[in-house]
Design a protein around this ligand. Sequence first.
Ligand SMILES: *[C@@H]1O[C@H](CO)[C@@H](O)[C@H](O)[C@H]1NC(C)=O
Ligand SMILES: *[C@@H]1O[C@H](CO)[C@@H](O)[C@H](O)[C@H]1NC(C)=O
Ligand SMILES: *[C@@H]1O[C@H](CO)[C@@H](O)[C@H](O)[C@H]1NC(C)=O
Ligand SMILES: *[C@@H]1O[C@H](CO)[C@@H](O)[C@H](O)[C@H]1NC(C)=O
Ligand SMILES: *[C@@H]1O[C@H](CO)[C@@H](O)[C@H](O)[C@H]1NC(C)=O
Ligand SMILES: *[C@@H]1O[C@H](CO)[C@@H](O)[C@H](O)[C@H]1NC(C)=O
Ligand SMILES: *[C@@H]1O[C@H](CO)[C@@H](O)[C@H](O)[C@H]1NC(C)=O
Length: 574
Amino acid sequence: MLIHLVTLAGWLTLSIAGSPIWPEPNAYESHGDVLWIPFPLRTAFSCGLSNASNNDFFYERSRGSLSHLLGGWQSWFGFASDVDEDQLGASVSEADAVKAAVGRTLQDISTSKFIPWKFHSRHDAFEPAENQNASMLTSLYIYQSTCPSSSFDAAAFFDGDESYEIDVTEGVARINAVSSIGIINALGTFKQLVLSHSSGVHKTYMTRSSIKIKDNPRWRYRGISLDIARNPFKSWPIDIPSLPELALKGAYRPDLVWSTEDIARIQQYGISRNVQVFLELDMPGHTASIAHAYPDLIAAFNQLDWDTFAAEPLSGQFKLNSTKVHDFLDTLFEDLLPRLSKYSSIYHLGGDEVNRMVHLLDETVQSANFDTLQPLIQSLMQRIYTKAIENNLRPIIWEEMFLEWNLTLVNPHPSHHHIKPLVQAWRSSANIASLLKANHSVIFGDSEHWYLDCGHGVFLSPYPSGHSPPGIPYNTSGGLPTKLSPPYLDYCGPYHNWRAIYTFNPLANISEELWGGIEGGETLMWSELTDSVDLDAKLWPRAAAAAEVLWRGPRSESMLAAPRGGWRCGENER
Ligand SMILES: *[C@@H]1O[C@H](CO)[C@@H](O)[C@H](O)[C@H]1NC(C)=O
Ligand SMILES: *[C@@H]1O[C@H](CO)[C@@H](O)[C@H](O)[C@H]1NC(C)=O
Ligand SMILES: *[C@@H]1O[C@H](CO)[C@@H](O)[C@H](O)[C@H]1NC(C)=O
Ligand SMILES: *[C@@H]1O[C@H](CO)[C@@H](O)[C@H](O)[C@H]1NC(C)=O
Ligand SMILES: *[C@@H]1O[C@H](CO)[C@@H](O)[C@H](O)[C@H]1NC(C)=O
Ligand SMILES: *[C@@H]1O[C@H](CO)[C@@H](O)[C@H](O)[C@H]1NC(C)=O
Ligand SMILES: *[C@@H]1O[C@H](CO)[C@@H](O)[C@H](O)[C@H]1NC(C)=O
């Protein structure tokens, strides 16, 4: 089983000073002198018909706790106290999400420790003098033209207009956006305009007193995929209360289980950052970990010569003609999907790397023949697809289902006709072009360019006996060497460094009239060789490179060396 927890539409708040913003906005203009930021910064929020400059409520931050000067937030959002993100609880609303984002931004600004010395030359006097008579920012006005709802509808929230404007002039900063996620995007940018002064706490400034930003993303789908099942090795780490044995027996260790509350909290945590967190339970392939609890459902589990039955051990996938499997899937999805759909509008159905040889050992089928297997796979995927649609979840499916298995899905609920499946491509731009020609909506992120796990060396032991089991007419001993040899490259090596990720052009080799079907892409971290110790270092620097491609569209090589707000790559002396 693979589960990819995917963060969608993520706004990375890595500050690369000198840029000064990452990802680079569409339009950025600035001039003037330094602008000091007071502590606390008077902040007003208004929405709908009201107007940020004549609002009647303020939201301030002082002494480490948020205080309401007037009752605006309460009367509007029906809240009596500040949002504590650790306690968002079951009743998270869109208004909570915006409020939490505003509160967090004010906190981050006042406690910023970001001094951009690394982006300047040795002994450069890049900071304003501590007592410099510069202007002061008097207030921040935030105006959202449609008011955030007091409930939460994931599709409405995440499909909101992502554009925003920031305008700093004459000592006043204004943020304008149509939707809640537009405001959240703007706050992520605004925060990056604020630098910390080395002279002390709460001493923050902007380098320019006049700034205009107008921004919106190139693609709506900007994702990171994180495999949380392979490390610990091939486990079922998610608690499903109606199938308790799954995690009890399937988790690597009893404490390495994601409870229903954990998942809800992670989804909620993402919301006020415009990050949609959703799951994939890959199937019918990659489902060996279910056999720890339900051995009857899985064929070819843990075969010694795994290479015949899977891309890596443990082998095993769902039996394809079993009512027990169907009952299991119904129970699983009736438990899981209503919970996930509270905070997400997407569910990934899986569908990659289905192995045909498994079904020679599957007593419900006993065949590896395409024509026998295809209708069974079709029916299994249709079953999951229907469940997703019934829960208002937009399905994502791996490319093989369409390119190799000729899957056709029938929407059982015409009232949900707007939910068009999204196909995830992972092998080549030629495959993307084929999918687009068949009118599919597609996301990119192929193993040759955007897989983040590549290049750490082959980790699989050789094919143990060099033979398929008796009676299995399949010989893959040519697939992997029986003895590993230098330089021990893995299948997608070498390592894809940040420049490679940044200059990947997902539109190359795809004709322009097809581009409209591309909804975005995602960079992926499969976790055979990654765990919590090294994840951050491997994931974020390169995910930031991908984020700018997804926000602005393909980057050119010349941009690698281009100055960003005065700082040129390699210019600083160390
Ligand atoms: C908001 O109010 C101010 C002052 O009343 C006015 O000058 C400005 O034009 C208004 N802006 C909008 C977008 O209505
Ligand atoms: C700032 O302005 C005040 C009043 O005009 C003046 O006394 C002070 O010397 C100025 N400080 C600097 C560093 O220019
Ligand atoms: C599926 O199972 C049924 C009932 O056991 C059997 O009649 C049918 O032939 C099987 N289908 C395939 C493709 O093996
Ligand atoms: C899938 O469908 C296409 C077009 O209908 C057909 O040409 C192709 O042979 C099918 N693939 C397989 C493996 O049957
Ligand atoms: C586009 O095609 C060229 C030539 O086949 C290939 O070298 C390149 O890697 C392809 N680019 C992408 C992004 O697939
Ligand atoms: C794709 O959609 C277009 C326009 O709706 C239609 O003309 C075309 O036949 C479709 N192609 C396929 C392969 O379904
Ligand atoms: C598998 O293929 C290899 C290389 O072609 C051959 O040497 C070996 O005998 C084959 N094994 C089986 C079980 O057919």
